[in-house]
Design a protein around this ligand. Structure first.
Ligand SMILES: Cc1cc2nc3c(=O)[nH]c(=O)nc-3n(C[C@H](O)[C@H](O)[C@H](O)COP(=O)(O)O)c2cc1C
Length: 379
C-alpha cells in the first residue's frame, strides 16, 4: 500500500469531505515537485490526439475537482494527459447548502450534491490567465441559457485548449422543465459559428431503456451539431439523507461497469465518428483498458483520485504502457471514418480524430477564429 493510502488518505478522510478538499487545494498552492509526486512516466507510445489536442497520455482529470481553475498547473504536473477546470457558470454560484458530499469508503464511491459552486466566468478567466500551462487544459462550462453559455465561452475559450459542455449535472435546477434536446441543439448551433477550439459534450449516464433513448438522442444531436467529442458520463442520481438535498450524484467504483457499457453503446450510436472520453469509476489501468477497448479515446478520473491519491495517474499510465501493443485499439471502423490507425508507433484510442482528420469545423491553428456567421440572435 502506498504512502497516500497508508498515511495521507486516513488523514484526509478524518476530515469532512469538503474540508479535506480545501486542504488538498491548499497543498496544491505550494511549490512542491508535483511531477515527482505524481510520477507518471512519459511513454511516447501513449501519446495521442483528442480532436486535435495533443496529449502525452489518455488519462485526464475530470471536471469538478478544480472548480475555480486555480490549480490546473499543479494538477497537470502530476502527469495527467489533460485536466479540466470548472464547471464554470456565467455568474458566481454558491452551490447547494452543506452537507453536500458523502463518502462510502467501502464502496470506493461518493455522492455529491455540490450544485456547481464556482467563482463565475470572469474570476475563472483571471485564474486561468494567471496559471502557467503545464499541459493541455479544458474548461467545463454549465449548460445554462444560451446567452450565459456564450458569454462564458467567450471569456474562457482563449485560455484553454478545449471546452467541455456539462449537459449532465444532476444537481442544478435549470434543465428540469426544458426540452433538453432542443436546448443542446440550440447551444451547439450558437457555439458552432464562434468557437475555435474543440467542444466536448458531457452526457448523463443511462440505465433504463427510456434513459438510454434520451442519452443516445443527445449524443446524436451533439454529433449533428458539430461537437468534436463526447464525455460519457457524469454521476448517477441517488438518494442519500445525509445530504442537505436528500440526494445527489453517485461517483466512483460503482459506476465502472456502466461506463464501459455506455461508451460502447454511444460509440455504436454515433458510428465511431466522435472521440469519447470515458468517465465514471475509472480507478486502475484495467478500468482504463476496458474503456479504451470499448471505444473510448481517453479516460477521465475524479473519485479514483480521491481514493488512490496522486499516484493514480502513474499507476494507470504505467499499466497502459505495459499492456500488449494494440490490445486496446478500438474495434476497427472504415478507414478515414474515425481516424483509428491500426498499430504503429503512436497508439490511437477509440475514435481519435486527429487535427488533420477532424470533420470540417472550426479548428485551432486552421486560420484562427471563424468568420462571424450563423445565428446571431443571442450575441
Ligand atoms: C465532488 C464532485 C464534484 C463534481 N463536480 C463536477 C462539475 O463541476 N462538473 C462536472 O462536469 N462534473 C462534476 N463531477 C463529476 C465528475 O466529473 C465525474 O463525471 C463523476 O464523478 C464520475 O467520475 P468518477 O467516478 O471518476 O468520479 C463531480 C464529481 C464529484 C465527486
Amino acid at each position: 500500500m502506498g504512502l497516500y493510502r497508508a498515511v495521507a488518505r486516513p488523514l484526509f478522510f478524518a476530515l469532512p469531505p469538503e474540508a479535506a478538499h480545501r486542504l488538498a487545494q491548499t497543498l496544491l498552492c505550494l511549490p512542491l515537485p508535483w511531477e515527482r509526486i505524481g510520477g507518471a512516466p512519459d511513454d511516447a507510445a501513449l501519446r495521442t490526439s483528442l480532436a486535435g489536442i495533443e496529449l502525452s497520455n489518455p488519462v485526464g482529470l475530470a471536471a469538478g475537482f478544480d472548480k475555480s481553475c486555480r490549480h490546473l498547473d499543479a494538477l497537470g504536473r502530476l502527469g495527467f494527459g489533460y485536466v479540466i477546470g470548472g464547471t464554470i457558470t456565467r455568474d458566481p454560484r454558491p452551490g447547494n447548502a452543506k452537507p453536500r458530499i458523502a463518502r462510502y469508503p467501502r464502496r470506493a464511491s461518493l455522492t455529491n450534491a455540490m450544485g456547481l459552486p464556482n467563482p463565475g466566468a470572469e474570476s475563472a478567466a483571471r485564474n486561468l490567465a494567471r496559471s502557467p500551462r503545464s499541459g493541455p487544459r479544458l474548461a467545463s462550462i454549465g449548460d445554462q441559457d444560451p446567452a450565459d453559455v456564450i458569454a462564458t465561452h467567450v471569456l474562457l475559450e482563449p485560455l484553454v485548449d478545449g471546452i467541455e459542455l456539462n449537459a449532465s449535472c444532476p444537481n442544478v435546477s435549470w434543465g428540469r422543465d426544458r426540452d433538453n434536446e432542443a436546448h443542446l441543439a440550440l447551444l451547439l448551433r450558437e457555439l458552432r459559428a464562434r468557437r475555435t477550439t474543440p467542444l466536448f459534450v458531457k452526457l448523463p449516464p443511462f440505465r433504463s431503456i427510456v434513459e438510454r433513448e434520451v442519452v443516445l438522442a443527445l449524443a446524436r444531436i451533439a454529433q449533428d451539431g458539430g461537437a468534436d467529442g463526447l464525455t460519457c458520463s457524469n454521476t448517477r442520481s441517488v438518494a442519500d439523507r445525509r445530504l442537505s438535498t436528500g440526494g445527489g450524484g453517485l461517483s466512483g467504483r460503482e459506476l465502472s461497469p456502466d461506463t464501459v457499457r455506455i461508451v460502447a453503446e454511444v460509440r455504436r450510436a454515433t458510428a465511431g465518428t466522435l472521440p469519447i472520453n470515458a468517465c465514471g469509476g475509472v480507478f486502475t489501468a484495467a478500468d482504463a483498458l476496458a474503456c479504451l477497448e470499448a471505444g473510448a479515446s481517453t479516460v477521465q478520473v475524479y473519485t479514483g483520485f480521491i481514493y488512490h491519491g496522486p499516484r493514480v495517474v502513474r499507476d494507470m499510465v504505467t499499466g497502459l504502457s505495459r499492456a500488449p501493443s494494440g490490445r486496446y485499439l478500438a474495434p476497427a471502423s472504415p478507414p478515414g471514418q474515425d481516424g483509428t490507425r491500426p498499430g504503429g508507433f503512436r497508439r490511437e484510442f477509440g475514435a481519435t480524430a486527429g487535427a488533420g482528420e477532424r470533420r470540417p469545423g472550426p479548428t485551432r491553428g486552421s486560420g484562427g477564429r471563424p468568420a462571424a456567421g450563423g445565428p446571431q440572435a443571442l450575441r
